[in-house]
Every structure is written in C-alpha cells, then in structure tokens.
Design a protein around this ligand. Structure first.
Ligand code: PAF
Length: 288
C-alpha cells in the first residue's frame, strides 16, 4: 500500500488509474481503525478495482467542547491493517492542506433536515463538518463508490442526501455495523470504556432490540403504536442499566422524521453516555 499526504500525488495516481480504465472505491476514516473499518475495505473490494482509504481527523466536525487533540492517533497500526486488507492507496493529509485558509474562511456544505436533529442537535455544526470534508475528499479522490458504516446511520443519510442533492456521480454503499459478541457496536470511542463500563454498554443495543420487538409485535397484531411512550420506556431501561441516554427516537428510515403509523421502514436512533464515551447505535425495523 502506498501512503501519500500530498494532494498532487493523490491526483496523479487517481488519473493514472482512470487512464487504465480502472474503477475506484473510497473508504474515508479518521483512523484508529478497528474491524468495522476493515469491513468497509472488504466491502469496497466488491465494487471497484482499486481501493483508496483516507485518515484525516477532521477539525471541522469537532465541537468547541470536544477534545480533538486527544482523539486517538494510531497511524502505524492503521497502515498495517489497511495493507493487510488490500488497500491500494492511503491518503493522510494535514489540516493545513485541507483547510489552507483556516476554518473561518472555509466554504462549507450544509445538508438541511437530515442533519438537524439527534446527533445534529447534540453536536451543533458536526454534520456541516462531515458533509464539507466528505465533499472535499470526494473531489480529491473522485471515486466511483464510497463505503460508510451504518453505525453512523444519520451520517450515511446526510452523505446520501448530499450526493443526490448535488448530483455527485458516486454510489454510496452503506455497510452493516460490526459488533462485539455482547452486541456493543465497534467504535473508536469504546477505547474510553473501563471494563465495568464495557459490561453495561451493550444495554444500549439490547434495549433497541426490545423496542424493535415491541413495535413489530404491535404492528403484527394491528394495535396502535405509541412510538413516544415505547421510546421513553427503552430510555428508562438504558438509564437504569447505568448509561445516560442523550436521545432515543423512532424515525422514518430515510427522512429521519419522527415515525408515524403510516411508515413501514423505520430506524431507531440512539446515543448514550457511558463514562467518558458517548456511544451511538441504531436499529432498522422493517414492517410488512
Ligand atoms: O465516520 C467518520 O469517521 C467521519 O465522520 C468521516 C466520514 C471520515 C468524515 O470525517
């Protein structure tokens, strides 16, 4: 695997591949890679000839109270994992290369509606930072397809909407969440959990499953579904397990608007604090 941090070197390699008629899949990351990221590379291999990954801890998507300086950076280990997974090129730009005029003078991409609630509300400006960096990386790498993990369900909807709204010729491939045997979604943030917290953290996914079962059962029995009351019950159970729920909502799977009885494709979105970690998770529910 070749590692480049120079934009012109990246563009030259992409151009050479294009001239050979090769297709490109892209896996953008912020590093500190785990098996979930590698599953994105594995999926990428199914869709293109060449795989480009990036590692860039994007300052634009961190809030003022979020500690970007302490975000885990594990470059050598990440390079070994990406090489083993068959990545062809790793792009590792610096913030100065990506934002040469500083963040204050940077143009940005803002995706309305889907960026607004949930993580968008808890982390103001976060999705503006995500859509802007992903747009820039797409312009630099010019991939045919790009893979994103469904653990960040709202992020996938934001990026999918941006691609559609701005007519970007890129197919977004959502990749299922990788989990520990306990059900805990793999995340770089799990590194902040103590052994004790790791034991209670799966309560988040367990209660999403409980809630999904309640919804499915009521739908099958043709009962009214009070999404708000059920979500409040799941929230209470998560908090009782020792986590602090940030939000938990049942939503339309695409628009992310609050679910109604007319919707058959739903997603339960949730975030909860566990010690120093803010965990996010979700569960899709298909009613038929
Ligand atoms: O999901 C992430 O790791 C980041 O939000 C992304 C997509 C790499 C943009 O910085």
């Amino acid at each position: 695997m070749k590692t480049v941090n120079d934009i012109s070197e990246l563009r030259a390699q992409v151009k050479a591949w294009r001239q050979q008629g090769l297709t490109i899949a892209f896996v953008p990351t912020m590093g500190n890679l785990h098996a979930g990221h590698i599953s994105l590379v594995d999926e990428a291999h199914k869709h293109a000839d060449k795989i480009v990954a990036s590692i860039f801890v994007n300052p634009m998507q961190f809030g003022v109270n979020e500690d970007i300086d302490n975000y885990p950076r594990t470059m050598a280990d990440d390079q070994a994992k990406l090489t083993a997974a068959g990545t062809d090129l790793l792009f590792t730009p610096t913030p100065e290369m990506i934002y040469p005029n500083g963040l204050d003078k940077q143009s940005f991409v803002e995706v309305p509606n889907v960026s607004d609630g949930y993580c968008g509300e808890s982390r103001p400006g976060h999705f503006r930072g995500v859509s802007t960096i992903v747009c820039k990386l797409f312009n630099l790498v010019q991939p045919d397809v790009a893979c994103f993990g469904l653990k960040d369900y709202q992020q996938v909807q934001v990026i999918q909407t941006m691609v559609e709204d701005l007519s970007m010729p890129i197919t977004i491939i959502p990749v299922p969440t990788s989990r520990e045997a306990s059900g805990l979604a793999l995340s770089s943030r799990n590194g902040y959990l103590t052994a004790e917290q790791k034991a209670i953290a799966p309560a988040l996914q367990h209660n999403l499953r409980w809630l999904a079962e309640q919804i499915t059962t009521k739908y099958t029995q043709q009962h009214d579904i009070d999404f708000i009351t059920l979500a409040a019950q799941a929230t209470k159970a998560i908090d009782k397990a020792g986590l602090t729920t940030d939000y938990l909502h049942v939503c339309h799977a695409q628009t992310l608007q609050p679910a109604t009885m007319a919707d058959t494709r739903l997603v339960i979105l949730a975030a909860a604090h566990c010690g120093k970690a803010r965990l996010i998770d979700n569960l899709q529910v298909k009613l038929s």
